[in-house]
Design a protein around this ligand. Structure first.
Ligand code: ZN
Length: 424
């Protein structure tokens, strides 16, 4: 084992740190070289280049004997800085660091700031000094200090990238490009981690993962509900309605896919051939009714569900299955139905009429029945007749202008208020 004088090593490193590294980090902190994800114009702005030049200059004046500096550049990518230090003994060590920064963020004390280096209580504040500006300086300094004591070192390659805070999108490219130069490292040291305190050396033996992507969140500008199209349970309309019920009323909401919808099949629109086929399935109505019963069975088991206050809200296809279901499940205490009737193209496609004729008179719960005055899929007269068939003594009919898909937030509001009134 190679021996060295530890206190001499300490002294040498501390001196370089105070006299040369801290002043360089002070200059480095002033450069707003945000990682490409946080600064798309990083190349034009030239801050990254400025950081590279600072690092390059320092490396040149602190270059270990026989070491070589290389800068790799590929179009549209951040650069890569390599310092290749030949070894006197076997072994290949890769030392890693990065010279791009996180964005400014908020919460800085009044006297501090991201691009304002401040030395306070023996600590250097500012963006990028600790993550990860020090890595290059620390690596070169320790190599030089060991060499000065004639410690025989293996080959060491210092690799500094400039896109780490963006998830290192350029690193794999350069790893490929520099395969021969990198070789097969026996040890990789990444100087880019946190520390629990300042009393001891901390090493991190594993890395957390990272997933990069663009998250887009769209919020509806108006309430839309079932019947505007055959929405599956995760469609934005269903999620918006569920969210609205949960957040507006503090209730639980559950939505399931209709047969051949969502996770159960390909139907997107009522004009899909698969929609017509769906209605040909043996006992499609009875099966869907059983599905709803199963869902409610599970739902009433939840502590947060009051089994005495369950409502049903289903329009269009939600009513085609909803009428037989509500008629057969007395746990439903109030129902919003509609956008459906005894005649019209959707009735012909589905063959639902006999189910309506049998079930509607059995519905005894309070019902709000909502229709579109110029519905092209269920004609007006047929909608009125279906309303008439519903057995409840407590039922009301609301009509809204427009075609099948036209009802807007006003109808949604009224329907929700109806359920609220009967369930609270
Ligand atoms: Zn870092």
């Amino acid at each position: 084992m190679t021996s060295f004088n530890e206190s001499q090593l300490q002294e040498r490193i501390s001196r370089t740190w105070d006299e040369s590294i801290v002043p360089s980090l002070v200059e480095y902190i002033k450069i707003p070289n945000k990682s490409p994800s946080f600064e798309p114009a990083w190349e034009e702005l030239g801050h990254m280049e400025q950081a590279l030049q600072l690092a390059l200059e320092w490396s040149k004046s602190n270059l270990p004997e026989k070491a070589q500096i290389q800068i790799k550049r590929s179009e549209g990518r951040t650069p890569l800085l390599l310092i290749d230090i030949p070894g006197e003994r076997n072994g290949n060590v890769l030392m890693y660091g990065h010279l791009d920064k996180q964005p400014e963020m908020e919460g800085w004390d009044d006297d501090l700031g991201p691009w304002k280096p401040v030395l306070k209580d023996n600590k250097l504040y500012g963006r990028g000094g600790a993550d990860d500006g020090y890595a290059l300086f620390a690596s070169l300094t320790v190599v030089n200090a060991l060499m000065e004591q004639n410690v025989a070192l293996p080959r060491i390659l210092i690799l500094i990238e400039f896109s780490e805070e963006s998830g290192s999108p350029d690193l794999p490219h350069y790893m490929d490009l520099c395969t021969d130069l990198i070789g097969s490292p026996d040890l990789i040291i990444c100087l880019d981690s946190g520390t629990g305190d300042f009393q001891r050396l901390w090493t991190t033996t594993s890395l957390r993962g990272l997933i990069g992507g663009t998250l887009r969140v769209d919020v509806l500008k108006q309430g839309i509900h079932s019947g505007s199209s055959s929405g599956h349970k995760r469609s934005e309309k269903m999620v918006a309605m569920g969210t609205w019920i949960c957040e507006g009323f503090g209730w639980n909401a559950v939505s399931i896919d209709g047969p051949a919808h969502g996770d159960r099949g390909p139907v997107q629109k009522s004009t899909d051939p698969a929609y017509r086929e769906m209605w040909q399935q043996p006992d499609v109505v009875g099966t869907m009714v059983e599905d709803w019963k199963c869902v409610i069975n599970a739902f009433v088991e939840l502590d947060s569900t009051d089994p005495e206050r369950i409502g049903f809200w289903g329009l269009s296809m939600g009513t085609m299955f909803g009428i037989p279901y509500v008629a057969s499940d007395s746990r439903i205490k109030a129902a919003v139905l509609g956008k459906s009737g005894l005649t019209g193209s959707s009735v012909e496609r589905s063959g639902i009429r006999p189910y309506f004729e049998e079930s509607a008179p059995q519905i005894m719960q309070p019902v709000l029945f909502s229709i579109q005055w110029d519905d092209e899929r269920f004609d007006r007269q047929g909608q009125l007749e279906l309303f008439d068939l519903i057995g409840s003594s407590d039922k009301r009919l609301h009509a809204y202008p427009g075609r099948h898909q036209d009802s807007g937030p006003e109808a949604l509001q009224v329907q929700a208020e109806f359920l609220k009134r009967y369930l609270e």
